[in-house]
Design a protein around this ligand. Structure first.
Ligand SMILES: Cc1ncc(COP(=O)(O)O)c(C=O)c1O
Length: 420
């Protein structure tokens, strides 16, 4: 357990997040419930800033990982910038107090309307296809732009989140750099940034460095005389299983900065260095709490049925992702093996299968660890179950962050959206 979810601690029979007893949160706010430790999230941010010791460093938080407003504001206060991927994400962070200059817009398959909307807000666009670049040039000749290239490295925790190589829809091919430059010249576009994002949950540092080197190999001063920054995306891995190794980002950062420093020397100017972590900043600082209401023995297969489901946390179903689960009501119970399921009408609605865990009794509360990234932000209201409440903890004090709609109010909202 040592490797997992640093902020969750056990004090005798009580599990705590930053000192706050998890069972007391369930009693106070009900469940299902997301809880985020803002201090832990901020310390992850500060750790990355320290690891990448470059004078012109910018960390653009990939808010797709978790758009919770309190998280955004806490990161903003520390100097984080934003990687946004939809117009609504841009509007949310503008309202959260981020200036437009601190946002890089990296949507995929952008419509002309979306390009105009975001460009007219004064946000820099990161364009990832020749066709998109042409349409952008036609609409906004003489503008600044960032170009996203395909790093040609295949890495990431599952195929679904690998964004380099031949199977991906992302980025301009490195070998298409000349056609990209032709389009930019035709429309007098100034290329101020180069970008690549290889994948999410990159296991080997070498894969990350290779992605960096591949992008930098095309970034000559002759081709791109007006560069302000190079952005190497996100993808920093965190351990999910007890046996997963934790990457030492202090070592990693040193090497990445060396690669960039060599590039800047050859380029002739000290450029800004951008990264776009999502998961690394928020995964471990978040947990999800749910309650078991039904234990069933299906011919020897023990099934623990909870009051949540894949609508609230889809990663196990979507990616076969592993999340460590604690029985916080019965931490000393004898281990038994369960399928831990949700309340959604599909057999695949599982948080874990064949999972050994202290005996689960009806009424017990379970804590799903590493639930801060790509959990609430990927949630849906399938089966018309409203999104769970979100709580934040700061300085050891818990407070309500996002309220839950009652079932009836939620139903009324739906009916009203259809015009009654
Ligand atoms: C362009 C881009 N940047 C950053 C990220 C964040 O990745 P991670 O959460 O693995 O750091 C993603 C994730 O999909 C992405 O597509």
């Amino acid at each position: 357990m040592q490797n997992l979810n640093a902020p969750v601690t056990r004090d005798h029979d009580s599990y705590r997040l930053h000192g706050v007893d998890l069972l007391s949160l369930c009693a106070q706010y009900g469940s299902p419930l997301y809880v985020y430790d803002l201090d832990h999230i901020v310390s992850c941010y500060k750790g990355l800033v320290q690891a990448f010791a470059w004078p012109k460093l910018r960390i653009h938080y990939a808010m797709k990982a978790n758009y919770n407003l309190d998280i955004l504001k806490a990161l903003r206060a520390e100097g984080a910038r934003i990687d946004a991927v939809s117009p609504a994400e841009v509007f949310v962070v503008l309202k959260a107090g981020f200036p437009k200059e601190d946002i890089l817009y990296t949507a995929n398959n952008m419509t002309d309307e979306e390009m105009s909307l975001v460009h007219n807000l004064g946000v820099l666009l990161n364009i990832d296809s020749l066709s998109g670049l042409k349409r952008y040039g036609e609409a906004f000749p003489g503008s600044n732009v960032c170009l996203r290239f395909n790093s040609d490295v295949v890495a990431g925790e599952t195929e679904k989140v690998q964004t380099g190589g031949e199977k991906t829809k992302f980025g301009i091919r490195l070998e298409d750099v000349e056609p990209a430059l032709d389009i930019a010249a035709r429309y007098r576009l100034t290329i101020v940034g180069l970008h690549e994002h290889t994948g999410s949950g990159i296991a080997e540092a070498e894969q990350f460095y290779q992605g960096m080197k591949n992008l930098l190999s095309i970034g000559t001063k002759e081709r791109f005389p007006a560069l302000r920054f190079v952005d190497f995306g996100g993808g920093f891995k965190v351990p999910y299983r007890p046996e997963d190794k934790r990457i030492d980002y202090a070592v990693f950062g040193k090497k990445a900065v060396e690669i960039f420093a060599d590039f800047c020397r050859a380029y002739g100017r000290e450029l800004e260095l951008y990264f776009e972590p999502g998961r690394y900043l928020v995964a471990e600082g978040g947990i999800f709490l749910m309650q078991v209401n039904t234990i069933k023995d299906n011919r020897g297969r023990l099934i623990a049925g909870t009051n949540s489901g894949f609508g609230h946390l889809i990663r196990p179903m979507l990616y076969d992702a592993y999340h460590h689960i604690l029985n916080i009501s019965n931490p000393n119970g004898a281990s038994r093996t369960y399928d831990i399921c949700g309340n959604i009408c599909e057999t695949g609605d599982l948080f874990a299968s064949d999972r050994s865990i202290p005996e689960i009794r009806e009424g017990d509360f379970l804590a799903v660890l590493n639930a801060g990234a790509y959990c609430h932000s990927m949630a849906s209201v399938y089966n018309l179950r409203p999104l769970p409440v979100e709580i934040v903890i700061r300085n050891g004090v818990a407070s309500l962050s996002r309220r839950k709609a009652t079932h009836e109010a939620f139903a009324e909202e739906i009916v009203a959206s259809y015009g009654g």
